[in-house]
Design a protein around this ligand. Structure first.
Ligand code: FAD
Ligand code: 2HG
Ligand code: ZN
Length: 478
């Protein structure tokens, strides 16, 4: 498609498939689809198409395959690594927003089958109405879509108990790059019939095909839920408290988020709110216990906290008495994540995981190394410590120049990610690779891993039309 006449033919054929209204080509209409959440990457595309169903997706992909046009799938466009940004005028964005139906709920099988464009919060609500819990939960849940969640293998706050998106998925429907539809929508918990193809597409960030529907696991709704904001003397104490709480509660800990005081302070400063505890402490754990049984957790939680106070693992705690208080405690998590994002100048983010036991070492070593490089850097290490995932975010020193700090990102990435690597961790725990972390893939994945990934990609997408330039760095010649 080198000539503008070819482009016009291609766009006319696209319009025939999805309808004029669902094929956007004007700069204004396309603008929101060309830029991502953090505005780190500005994209360009020939069109944004919004198919209504799997058949239309299939026809669009067959057409793109025929014309050699790249396809960039997009859900809610909340991804943190630029994976949904199209990179050329020979690319289209395929937005799943119109494919948002709940196809079926099988109560006896405890599964739900949904289209890829279903907003996560709507999926949670549909499950709830049917008397079930769909436990995937994250800050962007009001706008992200399940196809995007699966394609990034999203994590969030309940992973330590229920698993990440991959672990919640039983079956997928996928349109392959050549337009063929693979119907793998099986709601089976056991299926050992050769390679588990479905898992290739989870976490692939749109580089292998378009997920059009999924069959997902449902769980009993929690009938008793207890939430506490707990001051702890150190990350080490928090990790010991987690083990103790899991043990005493019979593994009922469903969320365990670590929050540093500096994150809360910036949250209060920039987003408002108030401290539920009288005194100021350095570290906190936001802990939630849940059970499908209607009562009993409150006593268990008190027992955990009392033992913690006696042993020194706990310094102080506030337990939510009402649903409103529970929401207020969870708001402390929200402001810790949000309070340093836009308001404090330069920001360098890391989404890392290490074995849960290595969280204290990660924080201690990472903080020391970053401060050695640039004294005054504000380290906001927070997040899903219960599953080993920290958002190790670095905010510029007060008074520093924002761009000068941001220019240090390669240096800071090296410092933080080398320590992660030494601790047998991952440089992307839940946000993916996209465009942002391609160089890190070359550095931290072995040549064998990269070669196998390239071979898989080549086998499924030989024409390289699915989200090219994302996830995989070019293979080094040997
Ligand atoms: P998009 O951003 O649209 O796309 C993400 C990637 O998936 C792209 O590469 C895209 O090409 C591909 N893709 C999208 N749909 C499909 C499809 N149907 N088929 C094939 N490929 C597809 N993430 C977490 O894991 N945990 C968190 O706690 C968390 N908290 C967040 C909080 C906030 C406030 C925000 C804004 C984001 C947060 N995120 C979190 C990141 C983001 O929400 C997740 O990565 C989410 O899963 C992305 O879904 P999406 O629909 O927005 O995907
Ligand atoms: C969260 O857990 C998100 O709040 C975002 O994954 C993390 O902003 C971040 O770095
Ligand atoms: Zn997170």
């Amino acid at each position: 498609m080198t000539q503008s006449a070819d482009l016009e033919d291609f766009l006319a054929a696209l319009r025939d498939i999805v309808g004029r209204q669902a094929c956007l080509t004007s700069a204004d209409a396309m603008a929101p689809y060309l830029v991502e959440e953090r505005r780190l990457f500005q994209g360009e595309a020939a069109a944004v198409v919004r198919p209504a169903n799997t058949e239309e997706v299939s026809r669009v992909l067959a057409l793109c395959s025929e014309h050699g046009v790249a396809v960039v799938p997009q859900g809610g466009n909340t991804g943190a690594c630029g994976g949904g940004v199209p990179l050329s005028r020979r690319a289209i964005v395929l937005a799943t927003e119109r494919m948002d139906r709940i196809r079926a709920i099988d109560a006896d099988n405890a599964t739900i089958t949904v289209e890829a464009g279903c907003i996560l919060a709507n999926l949670q609500a549909a499950a709830r109405e049917a008397g079930f819990l769909f436990p995937l939960s994250l800050g962007g849940e009001g706008s992200c879509r399940i196809g995007g969640n699966l394609s990034t293998n999203a994590g969030g706050i309940n992973v330590l108990h229920y698993g990440n998106a991959r672990e919640l998925m039983l079956g997928l429907e996928v349109v392959l790059p050549d337009g063929r539809v693979w119907n793998g929508l099986r709601g089976l918990r056991k299926d050992n019939t050769g390679y588990a193809l479905k898992h290739l597409f989870v976490g692939a960030e749109g580089t292998l095909g378009v997920i059009t529907a999924a069959t997902l696991k449902l769980f009993p709704l929690p009938r008793d839920r207890q939430t506490a904001f707990v001051a702890v003397p150190s990350p080490q104490a928090a990790i010991e408290l987690l083990a103790h709480a899991r043990d005493v509660s019979g593994d009922s800990v469903t969320a365990f988020e670590l929050l540093p005081r500096i994150g809360l302070d910036l949250g209060f400063k920039n987003m408002g709110g108030r401290d539920p505890l009288q005194q100021v402490y350095s570290w906190y754990a936001l802990i939630e216990l849940s059970s499908a049984r209607p009562r009993g957790l409150r006593e268990v939680f008190e027992e955990i906290l009392e033992a913690g106070l006696e042993s020194g693992m706990v310094l102080d705690a506030a337990i939510a008495e009402t649903e409103e208080q529970r929401r207020e405690l969870w708001r402390l998590r929200e402001i810790t994540a949000g309070g340093h994002q836009h308001q404090e100048g330069g920001l360098i983010k890391h989404d890392i995981s290490v074995p849960v036991s290595a969280i204290p070492a990660m924080i201690e070593r990472g903080t020391a190394a970053v401060l050695e490089r640039l004294p005054g850097t504000r380290v906001i290490a927070f997040g899903h410590a219960g599953d080993g995932n920290l958002h190790f975010n670095l905010v510029q020193p007060v008074g520093h120049e924002a761009q000068a700090f941001f220019d240090l990102r390669d240096t800071m990435n090296r410092i933080v990610h080398d320590i992660v690597h030494e601790l047998d961790g991952s440089i992307s725990a839940e946000h993916g690779i996209g465009l942002l972390k391609i160089d890190e893939m070359t550095r931290y994945k072995t040549p064998l891993e990269l070669e196998l990934m390239h071979r898989i990609r080549q086998a499924i997408d030989p024409a390289n039309i699915m989200n090219p330039g994302k996830v995989l760095p070019p293979l080094r010649s040997r």
